[in-house]
Design a binder for this molecule. Structure first.
Ligand SMILES: [Zn+2]
Length: 246
């Protein structure tokens, strides 16, 4: 079940950072100086990024979202570049808006959303861009409760064959993760297990990519999983290797 992390106010470092950025903009600081300010905070490590996401989600699920929106000046300054601290691969499901779930603002997260949170060539390229060019510190694959794409992958092959071709292709990116799944009688538990298996499978797929492998090996990023529970609003984090093994 979900651990309930302590609810904290939006990280003090973030509030201080936004003030420092605003001051820098008023002073007419360069884009490099402004980017450097962000890099001095503790969200610029895998562990710091995980903590920031956990804190943000705790604010969200406890109804204390800060809805951080930048002021006009800060928003305008974003035209100079972006420095998101984490990349998230999530489902397109309308009930899983990543920035709201983690209570983050403009420019914080680099998000790929595809039904069933699967990756193909374009998704992998997008994540590689985030790692190589935006220097993100975390890559998270986030599945969710009641995922329609995962449910579709559990249908008999003849049912799947009735879907449009591209949709079949997407579903077939999920089906390998469901092979050999133990028989679970409870429907909700079965769905959760299938979603988690798919998350683990996608994490595995990411870790087979050279760019991601190298970034994880040098400690720039950590690849983790997550499970968003629609009803409670809480995200379970899959961080330990034991939780991520297929
Ligand atoms: Zn979904």
């Amino acid at each position: 079940m979900t651990d309930s992390p302590p609810v904290t106010a939006p990280a003090q470092t973030t509030a201080q950072l936004e003030r420092r950025i605003l001051d820098a903009i008023r002073r007419g600081a360069s884009m490099e100086d402004i980017a450097a300010l962000r890099h001095h905070t503790d969200i610029q490590t895998p562990a710091g990024a995980i903590e920031a996401l956990k804190d943000g989600n705790a604010r969200f699920f406890s109804g204390k979202s800060g809805r951080p929106e930048l002021g006009v000046n800060e928003r305008r300054a974003q035209i100079m570049g972006q420095t998101p601290y984490a990349a998230v691969l999530a489902c397109s499901d309308s009930r899983v808006p990543v920035e709201l779930v983690f209570d983050v603002g403009l420019g914080d997260l680099f998000v790929v959303r595809v039904a069933g949170n699967v990756v193909g060539e374009a998704g992998l390229g997008t994540l590689e861009y985030a790692i190589e060019h935006l220097d993100v510190h975390l890559v998270m694959v986030m599945g969710h409760e009641a995922c329609g794409a995962v449910a579709a992958a559990m249908l008999p092959p003849e049912k799947i064959a009735q879907e449009p071709q591209n949709l079949q292709g997407l579903i077939h990116r999920i089906t390998p993760s469901l092979v050999g799944m133990p028989r679970i009688r409870d429907k909700k538990a079965r769905m959760r297990e299938a979603v988690l298996n798919n998350v683990r499978h996608q994490v595995q797929t990411l870790r087979e990519q050279t760019v991601i492998q190298a970034a994880e090996a040098r400690g720039q990023i950590q690849v983790i999983g997550g499970y968003y529970e629609i009803g409670s609003g809480a995200v379970d984090f899959l961080i330990d290797e034991a939780d991520l093994l297929p």
